[in-house]
Design a protein around this ligand. Structure first.
Ligand code: FES
Length: 512
């Protein structure tokens, strides 16, 4: 199949009969303003409005259309970076609390599905972590995870099931986990909001937040005055200390049709090789049919090799294990992994009355829901049993310090290399169909030629904190390696902590 036949979008069907929401076009007031209409923001809106708070929810695009709608829909108690990695030398309590809190979040999702009669293809499935080779470190990782899961009291097994679709050498199974269609879930949840307490706005990008008492949020056409602000934006907008402790990464997903039967419904995590990104596989369906979905974390944001040809490596992996008939959907998403492997959830240490929820890595549906639970309690002045584990002000564990230093060394060396390296000074040296940062009269320009006569010349300086953006040839975007802001070829903010887009120097549109 040619790449041009693939639909570059997630496969999830939206919930039927969902109406859109208006754009904010006036000045309003609320107790709580929430930025971001993914699972974190919508769940927080629901919990707070049920508690009697007046809530305003602002989404830049469509409810559920960002990271939530690009996720796998898997709900599991373990974590992508492994439970065993959050056990400190003399403290197993944190790991146990992580599991307990994640189970509570999964239970909330299930109870909301029941309460609001949300048809989102919920099913109970096992979660399998396995490897298909005898690499000693992979075997050790699975054994460590087995011990951690046992310690946490999860219902587990280590026998390869009959007709397992991989030749597993070692396996850990955690029973009674779950899967949903994440887009339908979050859209239906938003539709369940009580309009007397919660106003929802789409196409309402927040361009500025002033912390304080009250806080002020501005969009292009309106503003919100609110006592509290929740940044449910994946990475908080603006400058926050936690951004120095998180690595932004792009991940890539495919949904394929198989020639034969699909494997049994389950969450399959192929550990791949120790230290390398794993493959996450599940079965799923939409109105067009049944698919096998695979997700693979590929590279740090802004570090994409121009020769990278997604979906080739992910497709090659699938074809190695299954009889693939056709690749139907392909898409990408972003994740932020914290250095100590736990998210940051709670009141910002540096901005008054602003709450953040970030660093979910690949575990965002459960952590997003948990964030809403913790922040709801904080807003209402209720002590939450897990707030201290995820406190953005927590001290980094000793073992995470080298990673923190390495990450920030890489950020600064990226910045240094980008600014002193010799760039071309000629726009004509930018190849057709490609983007490149060039230096003209001392200014760094991000130049893209679309191959149809169009030239897009923008400032290459990321407005977040001044790093230089890099061209992402596959997604045709300018990506910032420092904290993950991404911009369209026209310079608009696509995602990440930057509020403003790249400054436009010159744009000549090409032929359509
Ligand atoms: Fe922080 Fe670009 S995202 S400098």
């Amino acid at each position: 199949m040619k790449n041009s036949d693939i639909e570059f979008q997630p496969l999830w069907d939206p919930a039927p009969d969902i109406k859109g929401y208006p754009t904010l076009d006036r000045d309003i007031e609320a107790d709580v303003a929430i930025i971001g209409g993914g699972i974190t923001g919508v769940t927080a809106a629901l919990l707070l409005s049920k508690a009697g708070k007046k809530v305003v929810l602002l989404e830049q695009y469509r409810i559920g259309g960002g990271t939530t709608g690009s996720s796998t829909g898997n709900l599991y108690a373990p974590i992508g970076q492994y439970l065993s990695s959050v056990i400190t030398v003399d403290n197993k309590k944190i790991m146990k609390s992580v599991v307990e809190s994640r189970l509570a979040a999964i239970n909330l999702i299930k109870s909301q599905i029941e309460e609001y009669k949300i048809d989102c293809d919920l099913q109970q499935v096992p979660w399998h972590l396995f490897c298909t080779h005898d690499d000693p470190s992979s075997l050790k990782e699975i054994n460590n995870e087995y011990e951690a899961a046992k310690m946490a009291g999860l219902k587990i097994g280590n026998v390869v099931p009959l007709q397992f679709p991989f030749e597993a050498k070692e396996i850990l199974t955690v029973f009674d986990q779950a899967q949903i269609n994440p887009l339908k879930y979050v859209q239906r949840l938003a539709a369940s909001l009580n309009v007397s307490f919660c106003q929802v706005f789409e196409d309402s990008q927040v361009v500025d937040v002033q912390e304080g008492s009250p806080c002020m949020l501005n969009t292009a056409l309106g503003s919100v005055k609110a006592d509290k602000v929740i940044m449910a934006t994946h990475s908080p907008k603006g400058i926050f200390g936690v951004q120095a402790s998180m690595e932004p990464k792009r991940e890539y997903a495919l949904a394929v049709k198989l020639k034969g039967e699909l494997p049994a419904p389950a969450i399959y995590w192929d550990i791949n090789k120790a230290g390398e990104p794993k493959f996450s596989i599940r079965t799923c369906k939409n109105s067009q049919g049944n698919y096998l979905l695979v997700l693979h974390e590929q590279h740090k944001v802004g570090h994409m090799d121009d020769s990278y040809t997604f979906p080739d490596p992910v497709e090659a992996y699938l074809r190695n294990h299954f009889d693939v008939e056709e690749v139907v959907y392909a898409w990408s998403a972003q994740q932020y992994s914290s250095i100590d492997k736990l998210p940051f959830i709670g009141m910002s240490p540096i901005k008054r009355n602003v709450f953040i929820a970030t660093g979910f890595a690949a575990d965002g549906l459960v952590y997003g829901t948990l964030s809403a639970m913790i922040i709801k309690d904080a807003v209402l002045g209720i002590k939450n049993p897990w707030e201290h584990i995820y406190d953005p002000l927590r001290m980094p564990s000793f073992s995470s310090i080298p990673k923190f230093l390495k990450h920030n060394y890489e950020v600064f060396s990226d910045m240094f290399v980008d600014f002193v390296s010799s760039h071309t000074t000629e726009i004509r040296q930018v190849e057709s169909g490609k983007g490149k940062v060039i230096k003209i009269n001392g200014s760094h320009l991000a130049v893209y030629k679309d191959g149809k006569g169009g030239i897009y010349a923008l400032s290459a300086i990321c407005p977040h904190m001044g790093c230089s953006v890099h061209w992402n040839g596959f997604e045709k975007s300018w990506d910032c390696p420092c904290h993950g802001s991404r911009f369209s070829k026209e310079g608009e903010v696509l995602e990440g902590p930057a509020y403003k887009g790249l400054k436009i120097h010159y744009i000549k549109k090409g032929l359509p």
